[in-house]
Write a protein of this length. Sequence first.
Lengths: 525, 448, 125
Amino acid sequence: MLNRQGRPTTPGVAAQSEHPTFTGNKALSQIEPLIFETGRLETTGVDYEAPRPFTSRLGGLERQSEIGLPGLSEPEAMRHYVRLSQKNYGIDTGLFPLGSCTMKHNPRLNEKIARMPGFSDVHPLQPVSTIQGALEVMHTLSHWLMELTGMDAVALSPKAGAHGELCGMMAIKAAIAAKGESATRNVVLVPDSAHGTNPATAALIHFIVKPVPVREDGTVDPAVVASLAGPDTAAIMLTNPNTCGLFEKDVVAIADAIHAAGGYFYADGANFNAIVGKARPGDLGVDAMHINLHKTFSTPHGGGGPGAGPVVLSELLAPFAPVPFVRHTEVGFELVESEADAANHGAHAFGRMTAFHGQMGMYVRALSYMLSHGADGLRQASEDAVLNANYVRACLADLMSLPFGNRPCMHEVLFDDAWLKDTGVTTLDFAKAMIDEGYHPMTVYFPLVVHGAMLIEPTESESRASLDLFIATLRDLAMSVKRGETERFTGAPYHAPVRRMDETRAARNPILKYTPPQAALEAAE
Amino acid sequence: MRYLPLTSEDRSGMLAKIGVDQIDALFADIPSNKLLKHLPKLPLHKGELEVERLMGRMSARSVAASSVPFFVGAGAYKHHIPATVDHLIQRSEFLTSYTPYQPEIAQGTLQYLFEFQTQVAALTGMDVANASMYDGSTGCGEAVLMAHRITKRNKAILSGGLHPHYADVVQTLSDMAQAECVTLPPDVVASEDILSQIDNTVSCVVVQTPDFFGNLRDLRAIADKCHANGALLIAVFTEVMSLGLITPPGEMGADIVVGEGQSIGNALNFGGPYVGLFATKSQYVRQMPGRLCGETVDADGTRGFVLTLSTREQHIRRDKATSNICTNSGLCTLAFTIHMSLLGQAGLKRVAEINHANAVKLVDQLSAIKGVSVLNQSFFNEFAVRLPGDAAHIVEQLASRHVMAGVPVSRLLPHAGLDDVVLVANTEVNSDEDRQAFVDALKEVLSC
Amino acid sequence: MGDTKYTKDHEYIRMDGDVAIVGISDYAQSQLGDVVFVELPKLGKTLAKGDEAAVVESVKAASEVYAPVSGEVAEINSALEAQPGAINEDPEGSGWFMKVKLSDPSELAGLMSEADYKAYLASIH
């Protein structure tokens, strides 16, 4: 029998106004409760048989209380987290120009390789004879990092950029102690443009932070460094390329000034991605530098981590590297795990940064990224990142304000809010309006040395067509500001899963976990 | 190069738009004598196939835990992870997102962080938890520094049952931060007298349970003495699965609870990335390190979540921050939360029971071997075994017989006189056949 | 009620009988944004001029409040702990931070008058 029941195939008559829905959902945009509101205490999404009766040996410390956490069946869990994921913006969603954070493409090959059993399913304390492949990854990665930076040693174990900073500064502190200068050499110079982690790191290990003002052109003046440096100087922490997106052109003179004072040059390598294959920190006088594998070498940011922050060290600092480290000998790879063992190899390890050996999962992804790119691809990636940022600069310079003039930048371009003055639109408003246009905003209000900063880092992952649409969008927004269409900005975002969030309320009355309604009522009484 | 979309035509057109004739004009700020003239001395680019082949060869040169009877623990544990977990954490919107600084397009991340904080607080029996630390060991170091800030003292007492790597991390941080750190001698059978160490100069006492040697410790008397002296008790765990079955530290008076969350949701990964759990009492929340997610509403009054109390953090406080931490363990946190949501309290309790039951079986089997003795009075899924010989040597011999027997204590405590002790862990992944293979191989090695 | 004086760090101070009321200026609160937290000094604490006396935090910023003069903390505005918004709504009224018993009243002479402060604000913009 034929289907003789036709149905409408052209759009019907639609009203222009809002159409509220019964559920509050809007098609693919779904409201999703917390698991604690939908799960049930007796439910579990895993099936395990109860063990046969046995006498427990918990020493009288059996749990007496309920944990109070509900479970979800597998389909419920799947749907819950898929719906949550749909409220997130990722690199795979669209252009993610978050300056200083380097949101570049995350190749899935690296995910596949990280899940190979010889990497993901090995224990850090298995006999060394059974983990030769894992140690080979660490050794090979170290080799690549040393070649690319022109440095003498690597400490792989730091878990993130800030942890790498801490490691590098600890190596410097250990080297100063070894020279018997601990009591007198305790000042660390930090430019005002630095990432907040720099002064926080220095302060954490009891260095005194001395700010270095940034000169008119956004860079650090070696004469100022020389005037601030002296016998009390332990180190300078300098980001290069700096957070204004500029290469510190006087970096060699700055290094010389610090070294002349007897201090060390710590480089924040967060922006190393601009110069891979173009210049080597080791040639610029750097003594220690962390590398964010999750930035330069594209290990996924994962919503805020995990990262990895290996530190490359100069010949002077190499002996102080923390344990563990890998040695390659005639019989294979070995792991030096204790300070005593390190001493057997002539090293003066300052201690240990973390349990085990660091972020293996990130090492594997970064190495696979490096092998894919090769020396030529890595250099091309840096060049393309710089090219893309400059292209954005050149196409927006007439509408938005550049605090340091219309001059070449590195991998990111910094605008300020001078062009927004008296428009009733702030940097934050502008950023939120970008959300409505389908973009993740750029980094805003950082670096602090510029008022209302907007730091755009397109990365090498964007095609020209993608950049052109992004630029056209920003131009349209900028023209809109100038036309006085402030509502487009001050009320934005209008089209995100939620409207602008009340952060004041969150901070004044912190609610940091779910409390069942009844318990919340009782607590309030 | 497959990851780079620009064509050479694009590049020249863009250079023209910028107004320069060649790419190096954009690198003009690099001193010309420092600009590299040649490529680094490294191999050139490779296709997927070649990279996969190369890395695959390296992978094959290690022995995977799943391929053998596997009893290695000591701070990292082989557990079964539901397939759902790895599928979900690889969704682009989770994997390729950033720290949720723009909450309107990061509610997915923020909501799971809020769920995570709630789960960790419930498991540990504490008021509040943060959105994770790098791992248990670094979290332990941060906990000690936090205690110093709260008590305005700077002396930490570390139990001899604390994981030696954790103790090393705290020691390193203390040395560098000019704080005092007293580590008690290795305490295999949980018999140390830590109470006598506590006086009114002590900032905090750090005690692990289940401890490094697998013993369960009652923290109540230690908490009482700490509080009587104005000190804080920091309770540590490296096996979060244990909290399904044992009294949580929060119910024994701990002020800060910190531990490793790897066992829930996260693979062994040769030691990282893992996920540090960090919880405390409400009154100390402003002294906490790391990110916190909080509930609020949007402009329309709809519930939503944001990062909050950020003024503790480095990007605002700079040198006055509670910690220099920036990154957390985002994706590992997600894996933890998904696995924990699947388990629920019912599933967690069940898995914990299986772990303990399996460990009890193995203890009985090993104790029956001549010359072998289990040193623990109490344990969860791991225990210390004294062997009639050098443990590292015996573990190697067992490895050559395709049994991963455990961790010789001498690997982490080389000069402690414990060369004949091995730590043996037993989880839900170990079958009766695995245990029998272990026992048979051990008998064989010992009879050689 | 005496004249209000100001510092370059945007604290104000106003004599009230034998103690001085200290807080942050309207300009300072507008720069910080919505205040969410304050940390006040302990009652009885002795402050030297320029000492860090309190901390004030908004969602995205934090600032120290320095003692504009030397003296002893005679009273603190504990109401701010529950209602930090008062600092935004009425900085020189209900949003005051602390009362200080001056140890050296001559220090007041070195501070800016309201007119001077307005000129100073104009100069930094």
